[in-house]
Every structure is written in structure tokens, then in C-alpha cells.
Design a protein around this ligand. Structure first.
Ligand SMILES: NC(=O)c1ccc[n+]([C@@H]2O[C@H](COP(=O)([O-])OP(=O)(O)OC[C@H]3O[C@@H](n4cnc5c(N)ncnc54)[C@H](OP(=O)(O)O)[C@@H]3O)[C@@H](O)[C@H]2O)c1
Length: 265
């Protein structure tokens, strides 16, 4: 019997693509978002609501937990909120899923690493520099307590978004189309991946119960946002000369990692 698929974060950038993949595969799913009464700012409510709704399930639940406070700067400004959403709520879901014998798949990030020892394999130990990275690394631990759990570390995502406002490329294209300059780091390296490809790979891993522990989903090459910006501008036939090279060292706030390139294995 196929598992009952539950999805948090289905209204987000990656979530929209994951839903398309599930629909394309004709798989039934249920959203667990704010509209369904699952607000992650209130972690203590999650267990009660989840068990009330799914408490009769017997080992056939598959939770794709994508929801997160995902903005780097916002997490840094509001660490307590970030902890509630990214850590405590993940812990609450993990506890429910484990008690019901289901499987939880958690989307984490390359930003759990400090950027000094790239490329990072799946056995590398997280050493985050930011509140965002810290809270995602703490969330991972809850999921990995269960032998069925899966943590999928995702790099910088790009590609068209549902509202034209998400991901690493939409903003760049909007600015260039408007004839405005856009400032991008040339000294923060990641392994960017198309959001559509990330969603397809994530669903495939999630549906294979033999895939447990930590998996990385690197894009094909290591690139800075500056290099990525030039690629997407060229592909769209836009003028890349409006892209201004900047340094992550000029950014206020927490240090940003130099190179968080991921590798498989
Ligand atoms: N985008 C990237 O480049 C990237 C890179 C690495 C890892 N990731 C990870 O991938 C996952 C998805 O990221 P994304 O880019 O799709 O994020 P996103 O576009 O910011 O979407 C975040 C999702 O989380 C939900 N959410 C946020 N706060 C919530 C709360 N208090 N209660 C309930 N739901 C809440 C949002 O729901 P509402 O619509 O109701 O706000 C939305 O569905 C996250 O786990 C993120 O850490 C993303």
C-alpha cells in the first residue's frame, strides 16, 4: 500500500514544485500548513493536532517537512522565532511520526557548514555560522534519531518561482529586465540547483524507504551568485553588465560561509 503523504511548506518555493511532482506522479497528498491549523510558531500545538488527525495511522505516513523560517537575515534578527519554527516544530513532527511508525523527510541546507572545508560530503559534521544554519542543523538531529528518517541537504535553489519573487534567479532577472543594477557576491560559493530538479530528486528519495540518514543534492558545479547571475542573464538574453560584483564580507550581520559546495556520498 502506498504511504499517506503529508507535506509542510507546500505554499513555498520548493513546496510548489514538490506538489507539481506529486501531482505528475498521480500521488495523493495532504498539505499541513497554516491554513490547515499547523502554524510552526506554536510547536506545542503540533503534537496534539497531528495525533488527533493521524493518530489512527499505522506506519504508513510519509511526512515531507519543507516548512521553515528560511530567510538568513530574518532568522538572525529573530533567533527565538527561528528556533520555534525550525527546531521545536521539527522536533514535534519527528516525535509524532516516530510514535506512529512513519517516515519523516526533512529539507536542510548547505548552510549548516562553515564554508572552510568544501566540498562537503554527507558525513561532514555541521558547523553553522548563522542562526539559520544552526536551527536547521538542530532540526536535522531530531529527524536522524529515527532509523527511518531522511535529511536532504539542499543547495542554493534557482529557477522560476510561482510568484516571481523566490529563489536565486527571479530577483536578478526582474532587476535586469527593469534596466537596474543588481549586486551579487562573487566570494560565496555554493552548488546551485534548479528548483524543479531539486523537487524531483527530493520526491524520488523520499519515496524510497531504503534511503535513510543524510543525502546531499548538489547542483552540477560550484558557482558564486555573481557567476550564476551571469549564466541566467545570458540564458534570458539580458545584459549581464548590470550585475555588480560584491563581497559577502561587506554584508552586515553574521559571517557568511566562503564555500558550501556539496558533494554526494
Ligand atoms: N530556497 C533555497 O535556496 C533553499 C536552499 C536550501 C534549503 N532550503 C530549504 O528548503 C525548504 C523550503 O525552502 P523554500 O525556499 O521553499 O522556503 P520558502 O519559499 O520561504 O517557503 C517556506 C514555507 O514554510 C512555510 N512556513 C514558514 N513559517 C511557517 C509557520 N510559522 N507555520 C507554518 N508554515 C510556515 C511557509 O508557509 P506560508 O506560505 O504560510 O508562509 C512556506 O510554505 C526549507 O526547509 C529550506 O530551509 C531552501
Amino acid at each position: 500500500m502506498p504511504p499517506k503523504i503529508l507535506v509542510t511548506g507546500g505554499t513555498g518555493y520548493l513546496g510548489h514544485e514538490v506538489i507539481k511532482v506529486l501531482q505528475g506522479r498521480r500521488l495523493e497528498y495532504e498539505l499541513l500548513g497554516r491554513a490547515q491549523g499547523f502554524d510552526l510558531f506554536w510547536p506545542f500545538q503540533i503534537e496534539e493536532r497531528f495525533l488527533k488527525r493521524f493518530g489512527e495511522s499505522k506506519g504508513d505516513l510519509l511526512l515531507l517537512h519543507l516548512a521553515a523560517m528560511s530567510r538568513y537575515g530574518r532568522c538572525q534578527e529573530r533567533p527565538e522565532d527561528a528556533s520555534r519554527v525550525n527546531v521545536e516544530s521539527t522536533g514535534a513532527f519527528a516525535h509524532c511520526i516516530r510514535s506512529l511508525g512513519g517516515r519523516m523527510v526533512f529539507t536542510s541546507t548547505d548552510l549548516v557548514f562553515d564554508g572552510e572545508h568544501a566540498p562537503y560530503g554527507e558525513k561532514a559534521i555541521p558547523k553553522p555560522l548563522s542562526v539559520y544554519g544552526e536551527t536547521k542543523a538542530e532540526g536535522e538531529e531530531f529527524v536522524l534519531e529515527d532509523s527511518k528518517g531522511l535529511v536532504v541537504r539542499i543547495p542554493l535553489l534557482y529557477g522560476p518561482s510561482f510568484d516571481g519573487q523566490h529563489g536565486a534567479s527571479d530577483h536578478v532577472l526582474e532587476e535586469l529586465r527593469g534596466g537596474r543594477k543588481v549586486h551579487l557576491f562573487s566570494d560565496e560559493i555554493r552548488t546551485p540547483l534548479l528548483v524543479k530538479e531539486a523537487a524531483e530528486a527530493l520526491v524520488a528519495l523520499a519515496l524510497d524507504p531504503g534511503v535513510v540518514g543524510v543525502r546531499h543534492l548538489p547542483g552540477p558545479e560550484s558557482l558564486s551568485r555573481f557567476e550564476l547571475g551571469h549564466r541566467v542573464a545570458k540564458e534570458a538574453g539580458l545584459d549581464g553588465s548590470l550585475i555588480v560584483e560584491t563581497s559577502r564580507l561587506e554584508m552586515p550581520g553574521p559571517p557568511r560561509p566562503r564555500d558550501c559546495s556539496l558533494v554526494r556520498g
